[in-house]
Design a protein around this ligand. Structure first.
Ligand SMILES: Nc1ncnc2c1ncn2[C@@H]1O[C@H](COP(=O)(O)OP(=O)(O)OP(=O)(O)O)[C@@H](O)[C@H]1O
Ligand SMILES: [Mg+2]
Length: 371
């Protein structure tokens, strides 16, 4: 889909920003450009839509040399969210998002509807924000509008330069997850720049790790973590690579499906017996319609007659599609050894346990080393 062949950029002042980079971004994949500041990520990205002219080498888009594609057509078919946000300051949020759809001749109603949808997507209330100007927004909000604008006309290719860089960690994790959910549906070809190794592992189908203008390793996140090509990659992924590998796993791959549960009206003795038989010290409390009510714990069994008396409600629930490290982090901070998991429509699906996480991680590391 996007193919780089010995791409080189030397800036007029002699800086060699990109040096002989070759690789191919596969259609429908999200490719992360990762590497230290100044290694040439932005420069490489900007040569793809020709915001920066190439010095030597070729870039092909769908087999066509990008210097042969009309510049305005190139920009219309490639959504672009830039590092410095770059919203048009004299236009409202809505007008910013509608820019490319307008160029493509969409009607006013279609454009507005699209802008509202995209604002919802980046978790900004359209009623509140659509008529505001960029200088009335925070940095993180501006950046989210930037992402919405890049998605505006539904382009097949998206270039995103640190799109979540200015967003606080909590919102960032949520936006990443939202964005991945959307990507599963829309299957765009995406280049996503970040310095953040966690973000790269979570988001990338493949990662291009760069150093001083050169491509060091182009690989899946698992291979980058478990089969680093050289010492630079090893140092970049860090000694805690096993922990980072947690981000490669979804809760559904590790959880125990359909485990024994308890009901609100059940007597404590019955529940105690079930826990003993199953060798567990807590059970999810689930209603007949599949709704998760909370947890009942062995240590609380003496404090009441029926489950209802001793049930503990849950502050956070995770879905089957949650990333494993986020679920583990809640288990660690809340002291829960068993975390009940729900489906996307909030029905109880299974439980996550420390043992299961440890086993999955061990298997992943071993599989990586064996390859
Ligand atoms: N217009 C320019 N003229 C000269 N040198 C430049 C220019 N733009 C960037 N550079 C240099 O090219 C190199 C690569 O810059 P680039 O912006 O591609 O890095 P980056 O990987 O995106 O970094 P960051 O993570 O900090 O955004 C750097 O050494 C930078 O100083
Ligand atoms: Mg950059």
């Amino acid at each position: 889909m996007i193919k780089l062949e010995r791409v080189t950029k030397v800036y007029p002042d002699g800086t060699e920003a990109v040096n002989g980079v070759s690789f191919e971004v596969i259609k429908g994949e999200l490719c992360v450009f990762l590497g230290p500041s100044g290694c040439g990520k932005t420069t490489t990205m900007k040569m793809i839509n020709r915001l920066i002219p190439i010095t030597s080498g070729k870039i092909y888009i769908d087999g066509v040399d990008n210097t042969k594609i009309d510049e305005s057509e190139l920009r219309r078919n490639i959504g672009y969210a830039i590092q410095e946000i770059g919203l048009f300051t004299h236009m409202t949020v809505g007008q910013n998002i509608e820019t490319v759809p307008a160029l493509k001749g969409w009607t006013k109603t279609e454009r507005r509807k699209r802008a509202e949808e995209l604002l919802e997507l980046v978790r900004m209330n359209p009623d509140e924000f659509i008529d505001k100007y960029p200088n009335e927004l925070s940095g993180g909000q501006r950046q989210r509008v930037g992402v919405a604008r890049a998605l505006g006309a539904d382009p097949p290719i998206l270039l995103m330069d640190e799109p979540f860089g200015a967003i606080d960690p909590i919102n960032r994790v949520e936006l990443q997850s939202e964005f991945l959910k959307i990507q599963q549906k829309i299957k765009k070809t995406i280049i996503f720049v970040t310095h953040d190794i966690y973000e790269a592992i979570k988001m990338g189908d493949r990662i291009a790790l760069m150093k001083e203008g050169k491509l060091v390793q182009y690989d899946t996140p698992a291979n980058l973590l478990y089969r680093p090509k050289d010492e630079f990659v090893e140092a970049f992924v860090g000694a805690d690579r096993a922990l980072k590998g947690l981000q490669l796993l979804r809760v559904k791959e590790v959880m125990t499906s359909s485990p024994p549960t308890a009901k609100v009206e059940e007597r404590v003795e019955v529940v105690r017996e079930r826990m003993k038989q199953q060798g567990v010290d807590s059970l999810a409390v689930v209603e007949n319609d599949g709704k998760l009510m909370g947890l009942v714990s062995a240590s609380d069994l003496g404090k009441g007659k029926v489950v209802k008396d001793i049930i503990r409600p849950l502050a956070t629930t995770f879905t089957v599609n949650a990333v494993l490290n986020e679920a583990l982090s809640v288990m660690l901070s809340s002291g829960l050894k068993t975390l009940p998991i729900v489906s996307e429509d909030s029905k109880f699906e299974g439980v996550l346990t420390f043992d299961a996480i440890q086993k999955a991680l061990h298997e992943a590391v071993q599989a990586g080393e064996k390859k």
